[in-house]
Design a protein around this ligand. Structure first.
Ligand code: GDP
Ligand code: MG
Length: 287
């Protein structure tokens, strides 16, 4: 697994390295400010870190400060069978692709998986998920465009219970005619999941497009207000120089980043490790 985060942050690190003269033992607060801004960490967080720094900072000091930003974000652990996950996010964020990646991961762990195509707003979304189901050889519950997405979620969970399946992954729409329609629909899906199985959905995962940097924060706040979010997956880190936004996202939302997406293939999903992530950014200026 090691090295994947490095690959994901390649552009971010290159960007920083261009603006840094040479690698060093100590850095000044000004250099660190520049480092964090280049990495696209939100300015108020940069300010908070830089304010408290002495005039000479070594790698370990800064590492501890940065890791602290990820601290209040422990992942929620629940044991349930089936384990039901609702996948949220705006159109194009990478929901459907990430469902395929998660299904692949769970299958590799020897678990059984079923998909629910509850993004019934667009026919293309149902087709896309059905193609993944076929390629991954996992069952799927899908209806026609325009059908009730809650019914799809309900049927998927019931089928998982009947067939003794370990994981349920439910796709959702990222956009409806209005924002309040979307909020109502998502709330209803959550209620109906709980009807199909008490306590479901066990995790509501928000998919955020990493190329959008800090603007993903307002999206995350909106989804969190609608139905509550338990964890985040940041996609497309292979194509961005904005990797530092992960610090802002995790810190602002007080939510754990569980995985990052580093490509379009099913294997391109990596567990997120704050330690490795911070080291990769620090490698750009410190020896
Ligand atoms: P959805 O609308 O949220 O369901 O988004 P999709 O899953 O359809 O993804 C939108 C586009 O982003 C597709 O072309 C995906 O192949 C692409 N995509 C998703 N995740 C990643 C990733 O981690 N890296 C890259 N490079 N592309 C991704
Ligand atoms: Mg989709």
């Amino acid at each position: 697994m090691f090295g994947f985060i490095k690959k994901a942050l390649k552009r971010t690190v290159e960007n920083i390295e261009e603006s840094v003269e040479k690698k060093k033992k100590y850095a000044t607060p000004e250099e660190i400010e520049e480092l964090l801004i280049e990495a696209d960490v939100e300015y108020d967080i940069v300010e908070k870190i830089v304010e408290s720094l002495p005039s000479k900072v070594n790698r370990l000091q800064l590492k501890n400060d940065l890791l602290y930003l990820f601290k209040p974000a422990p992942a929620k652990q629940i044991d349930a069978k089936p384990f039901v996950e609702l996948i949220l996010g705006v159109n194009g964020a990478g929901k459907t692709t990430t469902i395929a990646k998660l299904a692949y991961l769970y299958k590799k762990e020897g678990k059984s998986v079923i998909l629910g195509a509850a993004d019934t707003f667009r026919a293309a979304a149902i087709e896309q998920l059905s193609r993944w189901a076929q390629r991954l050889d996992v069952p799927i519950v899908a209806t026609k465009q325009g059908h009730d997405p809650s019914a799809v979620a309900y049927d998927t969970i019931k089928k998982a219970i009947a067939k003794d399946i370990d994981h349920v992954l439910i796709d959702t729409a990222g956009r409806l005619h209005t924002q309040s329609n979307l909020a109502e629909e998502l709330k209803k899906i959550v209620r109906v999941c709980d009807k199909a199985m008490k306590g479901a959905p066990h995790r509501k995962l928000l998919i955020l497009d990493g190329t959008q940097g800090n603007s993903a924060i307002s999206q995350a706040e909106a989804f969190n207000d609608m139905v509550g979010v338990d964890g985040i997956i940041v996609t497309k880190l292979d194509g961005t120089a904005k990797g530092g936004a992960l610090i802002s996202i995790s810190n602002k939302l007080q939510l754990p980043i569980l995985y990052v997406g580093v490509g379009e293939g099913v294997e391109d999903l990596v567990p997120f490790d704050p330690n490795e992530y911070v080291d990769t950014i620090l490698d750009a200026i410190f020896e």
